[in-house]
Design a binder for this molecule. Structure first.
Ligand code: NAD
Length: 331
């Protein structure tokens, strides 16, 4: 897809990634990639390379300071660009460095997890975690190129693959093309590109999440509460959150959900029942979706245009408690 004169999102082969890397002198890369891809590491000799270990744990101001002071010492200028190679945590850090260093330099990204290929690398949100919570410091700073190469998925641990598939499920209820592709062909390279294109389009229309971009949070309100209460990976928690919202608010979509679950080989994802008080506590802490005593919910529809509704928090909790599916989720 071309935006102005920018090659924005491309699906490319591994060899082309090696060529693209040559264009960048300042690189932020996930340690797992340097370990699994020696031919890629060979391209990094003589460049200023910051290797991020345990990216999610290090997605903070300390890492930001370490990278910026290293790149400044190495002589980065406003004409330079930064390349991020890694999952969403690495690209969030690298993108935030790019947004801030010398008041902003160009950056591009090679996403290496499924979740980052279909979501985190797209749309220009970049940022850091603080001790108070996730993604509380950040900026909007679009990458110039998003260079997606599905060969990286060959080394991705199963749990990370499943987390990516969990995040992918939301698109099935937002786009007819994505739903058809998944139902007809299961997980495919084409599916990655359809999801990436879809997010690119939505975020191009509503860059700062003032309107329609909100639909990308489908499944996330309950998902975030499960993520915190059960300490689940984000994408897995979003999958459970989406499943629960469908069973309570859109029972007519349960059959479709069951079919796509099978297509994604997702039927054996374990779920440990959650304490309802904990779940409610985290739901009430969802700063993004709370409007006083009301909470905003995104409800899928079979017409691919989700409804965004606001509900009184106590009414929502009563509705969850009295629903048949309560026993599947809570102890
Ligand atoms: N900016 C956004 O719009 C946006 C959207 C969604 C999520 N996010 C952020 O993305 C992050 C989650 O991203 P993620 O799921 O990619 O996790 P991640 O970046 O933490 O990577 C997950 C794990 O996979 C490893 N890994 C990465 N690529 C690999 C590969 N090809 N082979 C083997 N191991 C590999 C990493 O070392 C890490 O251990 C969170 O910080 C979240 O806040 C951002």
């Amino acid at each position: 897809m071309i935006y102005g004169n920018l090659k924005y999102m491309q699906l490319i082969e591994y060899n082309q990634i090696l060529t693209e890397i040559k264009k960048y002198n300042f690189i932020v890369i996930d340690a797992a990639i340097t370990k699994h891809y020696p031919t890629l590491s060979e391209q990094l000799v003589d460049k200023s390379v910051y290797i991020v270990e345990n990216a999610e744990q290090n997605k903070d101001l300390n890492c930001f300071e370490a990278i910026t002071s290293y790149f400044i010492t190495e002589g980065i200028t406003r004409q330079d660009g930064i390349l991020a190679v890694g999952g969403g945590a690495t690209s969030d850090i690298a993108g935030f460095v790019a947004a801030s260093i010398l008041r902003g330099v160009m950056w591009s990204v090679v996403p290496t997890t499924l979740l980052s290929m279909i979501d985190a690398s797209i749309g220009g949100k970049v940022g850091l975690n603080t001790i108070q919570g996730k993604n509380l410091i950040g900026a909007f700073h679009r990458p110039k190129d998003i260079l997606i190469c599905d060969s990286f998925l060959n080394t991705l641990p199963d749990i990370e693959f499943d987390a990516g598939k969990g995040e992918l499920l939301k698109y099935v209820f937002l786009s007819e093309d994505i739903q058809n592709e998944l139902v007809e062909n299961g997980f495919s390279k084409k599916l990655i590109s359809l999801c990436a294109d879809f997010k690119l389009e939505i975020t191009a229309e509503d860059y700062k999440e003032l309107g329609n971009r909100k639909i990308l949070n489908l499944g996330h309100t309950f998902g975030h509460a499960f993520e915190k209460a059960l300490d689940y990976p984000h994408g897995i928690a979003v999958y459970h959150g989406l499943k629960m919202i469908i069973s309570i608010f859109r029972p007519e979509l349960v059959d479709l959900f069951n079919r796509v679950e099978v297509k994604l080989d997702f039927t054996k994802i374990p779920f440990e029942k959650c304490d309802f008080t904990e779940f409610s506590k985290y739901l009430k802490h969802d700063k993004k979706r709370l409007l006083g005593d009301e909470i905003e919910l995104i409800i899928p529809s079979n017409k691919f245009k989700p409804d965004i509704i606001t509900l009184n928090m106590d009414e929502l909790l009563t509705k969850i408690k009295s629903h048949d599916s309560y026993k599947n989720y809570f102890r």
